[in-house]
Ligand binder design. Structure first.
Ligand code: F0G
Length: 353
């Protein structure tokens, strides 16, 4: 069996061309599609979790970044830049480090990025600039600078990012044998919902799948510009990854919603945290809070009777990032370890034996 060499090698014929010597890869993709008995029971649907936290830098961003950084290398770029709520910067920093020929500059919103992500960008030696502003302001600045200076933008407004990310939809179809009836996904800057829809449509067009899913997107209630149909100047949510008030791919997210006959809805921070704990405690999957928005969303739809007409349908939830990205959030809401004397008797007493 040929070992997995990353999404560009595996899905080469469906992606823009990159010369072999310019491919920058960390063997991303090929993430597991995990069947969840617990969620299947709760929802009355067949529920699968696409665990994108198992990509090399711990999030789905690596699929787009291998394409964007490879293309930047092919163009002879020296510097790449992005705005980020954390995962894009972690991924961009790692892939530029791997390229051996480029530097990475990232703009992050000060105080609103999870610790693990910050550690990643810094250990890979990106230039990390924390701005006194939010993600939307950071992205405006990055667009301005990359429009006017010889610097490549590697945010998802770079079309190669979307091209790479669409391979997650290909994988779902390859793993399930066809597209599912529903696909649930968190929505922030709205690149990923755009990418999945593009991937599903392309795979169907070339006969690799037979059906198209309804796309179910979920924003955090305090950062739900698409649902509320207005720019949110000061977005707020504990799911810092999707703390975005003016998504760059707004229009294409609406197109994905409407063409697929799906929906984009919002979930509260409490609902996100409930789903976050449920995934960890009953499905064995530790994700970062933003990733749990997809599961929070479908639990809410179930209560509203949304799935009543489609029993036994298949649904895939994208779990976008690993739980270890944001250890502080987990530690804040779980029970602290029990202190116990270092002897057998004391331990047996504590565990009721
Ligand atoms: N989940 C996680 C863990 C993310 O990091 C992001 C986006 C999303 C969901 C939303 O995806 O933006 O394509 O709609 N993170 C970006 C970043 C904004 O900078 O890392 P989207």
């Amino acid at each position: 069996m040929v070992s997995w060499k990353g999404i560009i090698h595996h899905y080469r014929s469906y992606l823009p061309r990159v010369k072999e010597q310019n491919i920058v890869t960390l063997n991303e993709g090929n993430t597991p599609l995990i069947f969840s008995e617990d969620l299947t029971q709760r929802l009355g649907l067949e529920v699968y979790l696409k665990y994108e936290g198992l990509n090399p830098t711990g999030s789905f961003k690596d699929r787009g970044m291998t394409m964007a950084i490879s293309q930047a290398k092919e163009k002879g770029a020296r510097i790449v830049m992005c705005a980020s709520t954390g995962n894009t910067s972690a991924s961009a920093a790692a892939y530029t480090a791997k390229s051996g020929s480029m530097k990475c500059v990232v703009l992050i919103p000060e105080g609103n990025i999870a610790l693990g992500k910050l550690a990643q960008a810094m250990i890979h030696q990106a230039t990390v600039l924390a701005i006194k502003g939010n993600f939307d302001e950071a992205l405006t600045l990055v667009r301005d600078i990359t429009d006017n200076y010889p610097v490549e933008i590697v945010n998802s407004v770079n079309p190669f990012r979307i091209e790479g990310q669409k391979t997650a939809a290909f994988e779902v179809c390859d793993q399930l044998g066809d597209a599912p009836e529903f696909h649930a996904i968190p929505v922030g800057n709205a690149g990923n919902i755009t990418a999945y829809w593009k991937g599903y449509c392309q795979y169907k067009e070339i006969g690799k799948s037979r059906q198209l899913p309804r796309m179910l997107g979920f924003q955090a209630a305090g950062a739900a510009p698409i649902v509320d149909n207005k720019i949110i100047e000061k977005p707020e949510t504990i799911a810092t990854a999707i703390r975005i008030g003016n998504p760059a791919s707004w229009k294409s997210a609406i197109a994905a919603r409407d063409e697929s006959k799906g929906l984009i809805d919002k979930v509260t921070d409490d609902e996100i945290l409930e789903a976050y704990q449920l995934l960890a405690s009953h499905s064995g999957v530790f994700v970062e809070p933003a990733s749990a928005a997809s599961v929070a969303g479908i639990l809410k739809l179930k209560m509203r009777g949304y799935f009543d007409q489609t029993p036994k349908a298949k649904i895939v939830c994208t779990l976008t990032g690993h739980g270890l990205k944001d250890p502080e959030r987990a530690i804040k809401i779980i029970k602290q370890p029990l202190l116990v004397e270092a002897n057998r008797k004391a331990i047996l007493k504590k565990i009721g034996l």
